[in-house]
Design a protein around this ligand. Sequence first.
Ligand code: PA5
Length: 443
Amino acid sequence: MKLNIEKIYSFVSAKEVENYSLDAKIANVALRKKQGKGSDFMGWVNLPSSITDSEFSDIEATVNSLKNKVEIVVIIGIGGSYLGAKAVIDALSDNFAQLKGNKNAPLVLFAGQNISEDYMFELRELLKTKEYALVVISKSGTTTEPALAFRFLKHDIEQKYGKEEARNRIIAITDASKGALRTLATQEGYKTYVIPDDVGGRFSVLTPVGLVPIAFAGFDIRKLVAGAVNMENKTAPDVQFDQNIAEIYAAARNALYNRGKYIEILVNYNPKLHFVAEWWKQLYGESEGKEKKGIFPASVDFSSDLHSMGQYIQEGIRVLFETVISVENVNATQVIELENNDLDGLNYLAGKRIDHVNKMAELGTQIAHIQGGVPNIKIEIESINEFALGELLYFFEKACGISGAILDVNPFDQPGVEAYKKNMFALLGKKGYEHLLKNVKLK
Ligand code: PA5
């Protein structure tokens, strides 16, 4: 993986980026020493290199014992208990995996990431005709959305298979001792995995939270973690600033932010990466957006969004910068053929691959956006595979921890997420919340 920040230098000077190098180094050292704001939640920093062979084997054994008897595995979770797995599975899957199926692995679906009644009804209808298992994930064990989904799906799976067999088809991933899900899992005797105390939800993709669903989907969790270990080493504090891509990215973002570039758009040219951006948005948005500060993380899928958001990016208010995930090699080869009549006028591309056109769209867009006033950071990955994704995820985590510290916020809490929950509980009549909306006009 490579990081290229050259295309920000017409907007901020190299000196302005360099000015953050000391802060970035201090933040990186503090992460390793587990010091500073949010120090109780820095377990993710050395997590990749501390996963043991027996932890991998345990997950693989669980998956192997179930995967041949199920067609679908439903992962129940929200936020950090959902997006990491979704990002990796989508990135590694065939674009049409849901229709084509995969004889080596069950289809992985998600629930509890919304409260849509239609979604729940349609999922339950589908599951009536399928062999399935459930993985319920919640660090706190008390989050309403997944708890509600699990209530429905637990009922259904017990009805379908009986309580005894249902128990063999349910896996719970939660805190070691706290929360309603832990109590339930202990009472029911489910197979469980623990989310370490010192790893917050959005930093948990390399714990069983991400690894169990990814392994169910048929992907190699050892290679994913090997990529993360590689990045753990490449971004360690003893790697000097000008070689340390996590420190450079964190410094560059803060230099741009300091120049009024308040919105970062993560760009991809490959639809498989759509959910990597969704995961990234949670990571950065929830970590940095507090105390009336922080870069707003947005994302686009090009080239489709060039025909929707492209106008704004080119000519709207100049508070944007882009970070492009550029994939060097794609898996397939599709060559454009010569046609006799050339009615569509595309013969000039004959003999070229679609990926070549995509790459020229990427380059042409980069030039246009820089000319339009949008600084451009480029992250290059060789291809989309487990190792590269492991590197990418850990890179973003490390840079986020550093960037948040430079911004002087606690990147590992999320006090703002509570506000909607309290109101929702008050509106739903949950005990203890009645007083909250007393003076609020509801109509
Ligand atoms: O990053 C976080 O901590 C949150 O976004 C959580 O992942 C999300 O709220 C889900 O929480 P839980 O796993 O406790 O159900």
